[in-house]
Each structure stands twice: as structure tokens, then as C-alpha cells.
Ligand binder design. Sequence first.
Ligand SMILES: [Zn+2]
Length: 90
Amino acid sequence: MKKLKTPFGARYGSTLRKRYAEIMKEYKKPKECPNCGKLGKIKRIKIGIWQCPKCGVKFTGAAYTISSAIGKVIKYQAIIQQPQQQKVGE
Ligand SMILES: [Zn+2]
């Protein structure tokens, strides 16, 4: 059986420990900076706020990853809604 890398030992149940291991695996992966495009250690300053140590840019993201599935949808919607808002103002 594959042993999960968690600091919890036998506590809190296997389902929660599996979820924790999955999230931490994603959290510790090298991430690509959206500004300079370098793959490396992007630091999380606070929950949802990330900073690239190379170019120093700060940006918002998800709690444990630099972007979430819902964040991508919102960003896409913001991009396609911009021209429509300009037409209303004319
Ligand atoms: Zn960067």
C-alpha cells in the first residue's frame, strides 16, 4: 500500500488525509509566473495572494494554486464582456 505523506499519522480519517496529500502535492509543484513566464517557486504571501520572486509581481489566485477552474471562467467572461460595456456608454 502506498503511504501518504501527511503530518497527521493515523488521525482524521483516510479520505481527509488523501485530500490533504492531493492539495499539498499541487501546492508544492513549480508554478509558471503569469507576468514573466518563468517556471519556479511562486511564493504565497497570504491566502489567494501570490508573488513571483524573480520579477516581484503580485497577483491573486486560488488558496493553494495560482489559478482555479472558476477563476479561469471569470477571467474569460471579463475579457469578452469588455467590448459590450463600451457599446452601452456610446
Ligand atoms: Zn515573474
